[in-house]
Design a protein. Sequence first.
Length: 347
Amino acid sequence: MKFLDQAKVYIRAGDGGAGCVSFLREKFVEFGGPNGGNGGRGGDVVVECVDGLNTLIDYRYQQHFKAATGTHGMGKNRTGADGVDVVLRVPVGTQVMEDDNDTLIADMTEVGQRVVLLKGGNGGFGNAHFKTSSNQAPRHANPGQEGQDKWIWLRLKLIADAGLVGLPNAGKSTFLAAVSAAKPKIADYPFTTLHPNLGVVRIGERDFVLADIPGLIEGASEGAGIGDRFLGHVERCGVLIHLVDGTQEDVELAYRTIRNELFAYDEDLADKPELVVLNKIDALDDDEIAQKRAILAELSGQSVLTVSGVTGQGVPDVLYGVLGVLDDAKAARVEAARRAVDPHWAP
């Protein structure tokens, strides 16, 4: 199935049904007069977060969604039925944006979450509604209110606990395949990965979700290479695993390139906790590992992990490091919640 993480769709709420002009004319009926019913309300446009979807591919083949019109009112004071809602079913992590692709309408983060995007038009009043003591036989009714319409963007941002970032051919897909059951495409040329991949990593009795995105190059924030459009898939991650290819000569340039592109895309993303990992150490000798590890440690200001996605060397250390960051973040959220309830609380 093709991966699609962005789609533009047209939505329109249903028009309200028209009111009815009707009069009761029956023999032996004591009270006659106007009895036209009101029109039904037009259908709403609703977006719903459902389980079992992981792409927006359905919206490539259908881009127009219109809710049903309310039924018109009828005689004998019968009100028309409301129009049927139209429901846009989206995967977890989808953001609904205005036509400018910048203004956020809704962020769908939980299964079962429903948001009404457009409300249907009200139904028109029938002539029975206008009956008064001075106007006992009104001969007019209201038309239904027109439904609203607009274009919106659907943008999918995968929800993962950790995300892999790095230059093309840094070994991200190999690492993901080594630690999870995911089967990403692996080859010895740049931009092998053309769309994000997800994998569930199990370490000990714990597990977490790991996301792999296509590699970044210098100028990605300006559209170079595949660009930075896939960075949205690691915005929700709790920690970034920054893989640096140890077989290249200038690891400093590789590290700075990714950091600059993260900062250019979003400062909040650049401020996320990061594990710096020197990859492909199976192809390096001890002196090269020590030298390049020292360079990265000085640049990042933290201890640098070493790993080989092919042989599995150092992989558990990286995974346990991810769990440590996630646990610290969870503890911080719990403490913040407690302090919000009781400002004087202290552990």
